[in-house]
Design a protein around this ligand. Structure first.
Ligand code: SF4
Length: 435
């Protein structure tokens, strides 16, 4: 092959099969797509060993994509149940699945995903290292952390979260500038603890060049993890978060020198008035690399409803340049999500992504809304169900409260504005009172 990564292909002017698919899906010309990919502003995460993938592009000018986190944990090791959740997530339109398994035979689950799942597959090798080596954290060596990255690459993972921004300098800044909720990133807390206990530099930062070689070989996209993402509104945009982002910007440029595709992970918990500014800071510090946001959750007081708090933040972030939203479920902060939580989280995140796409003028994004509005005007309930983001729920709601007249709903009955306007504009008499 004349190229190692999609970025290298773009820089050499080679049109790959993956680019053709993305160009068609996104209604974007090949020339424009290749230009954006060569600059790192658009990426197509697709490991050479992930044969089942249906490729997708990530970039602020493309349709906003969503990721669903799944995987086993010590308290939930039913592989079949996790596979069922993956299938339902993909059926509902998730473009990416992050396998965050932290218990049991994680390799079996991961390989099953890359053999069968058309969505992009992401992982966080730090979690897996702890399970795989089956020994205390302090005993894991620098080289062993990197070996796990290679294993995930061989298994066909398309993108990996690597917590390489929290080096000794960032850790020092974090300890000097006290936070209300410390480090809330799972991977970030693990690597911080390892650095504190061993006194060594973060291996993902120290051996970044070796990681780049692995990524180049398999075309793995690096998702530069935000260990210092704020875990509460009060910690948003603080010194640790910005210090880490500066480091991620430097690492982005190093990755691009080796044609490795990059995205940057972002906050976290954040007040609404800081979101647009944070997107601008990221664009500036990281040369407009695609931005992947985890939330942002816009208030800390809604456990049970954090799919809503994060959909608000996600919509604002995406409208201001983020291109990839990690779903949050109602179970966030409370428990591992069940299959209903997964559904609620996906729908909420899809709404946020779609609303943002309309706001930023993604080609054809509003066609869907226009079709729905036309069906509403015609009071064509079947068509409305078909077009609904959650057809099953829409159908169930209407069936649960049947109107007296089929061409209205039980909200207004005879007072139905849509029906009455259609009739009066058709020259009919509208009485309402005795109909
Ligand atoms: S009855 Fe009211 S809510 Fe229902 S379709 Fe007509 S105008 Fe809309």
């Amino acid at each position: 092959m004349e190229y190692s990564t999609q970025m290298e292909a773009a820089r050499k002017g080679i049109i790959t099969d993956e680019m053709k698919i993305v160009s068609e899906k996104e209604h974007i010309s090949m020339d424009k797509l290749i230009g954006l990919m060569a600059e790192g502003k658009v990426i197509i995460p697709c490991n050479k060993n992930h044969k089942a993938i249906s490729p997708n592009g990530l970039g602020s000018m493309l349709k906003t994509k969503i990721n669903v986190n799944l995987g086993t944990s010590r308290d939930m090791i039913d592989l079949d149940m996790e596979f069922a959740k993956v299938k339902s997530a993909v059926d509902m339109g998730a473009e990416a699945i992050m396998d965050l398994s932290s218990y049991g035979d994680t390799r079996k689950f991961r390989r099953h995903l890359t053999e069968n799942c058309p969505a992009m597959i992401g992982t966080v090798p730090i979690y897996d290292a702890v399970v795989y080596y089956h020994k205390p954290l302090i005993k894991i060596t620098s080289q062993e952390w990197i070996d796990i990255v290679r294993m995930h690459a061989e298994d066909g993972v398309d993108f990996m979260t690597i917590h390489c921004g929290i080096n000794k300098e960032t850790a020092h800044k974090f300890k000097k500038n006290k936070r209300l909720t410390n480090i809330v990133s799972r991977g970030g807390s693990i690597i911080f603890a390892w650095m504190e206990m061993t006194g060594e530099e973060n291996p993902f930062y120290e051996h970044f060049d070796e990681i780049l070689e692995i990524c180049r070989e398999y075309d793995v996209t690096l998702s530069l993890g935000d260990a210092c993402r704020p875990g509460c509104l009060k910690d948003a945009t603080d010194a640790s978060q910005i210090e880490e982002l500066i480091t991620l910007g430097e690492l982005t440029r190093r990755a691009w020198e080796k044609d490795v595709q990059i995205m940057i992970e972002g906050p976290g918990h954040m007040p609404m008035n800081q979101i647009a500014a944070n997107m601008e800071i990221q664009k500036t510090l990281c040369n407009s690399a695609p931005f992947y946001v985890l939330g942002p959750i816009v208030t800390d007081v809604a456990p049970g409803y954090d799919h809503i708090t994060s959909a608000i933040g996600g919509a604002m972030a995406a409208a201001n340049g983020a291109c990839f939203l990690c779903y949050v479920t109602p179970a966030e902060h409370l428990r591992l999500p069940d299959i209903d939580d997964v559904k609620e989280g996906i729908i909420a995140t899809k709404i946020a992504a779609h609303a943002a796409d309309i706001a930023k003028g993604v080609p054809k994004a509003m066609d869907w809304d226009n079709e729905m509005s036309l069906a509403r005007k015609k009071l064509d309930w079947e068509r409305m169900f078909e077009l609904s983001i959650d057809p099953e729920k829409a159908r169930r709601y209407r069936a649960s409260s049947k109107p007296e007249k089929e061409d209205t709903c039980s909200m207004c009955g005879n007072f139905c504005a849509v029906k009455n306007m259609n009739r009066i504009l058709d020259g009919e008499i509208v009485s309402i009172f005795d109909e």
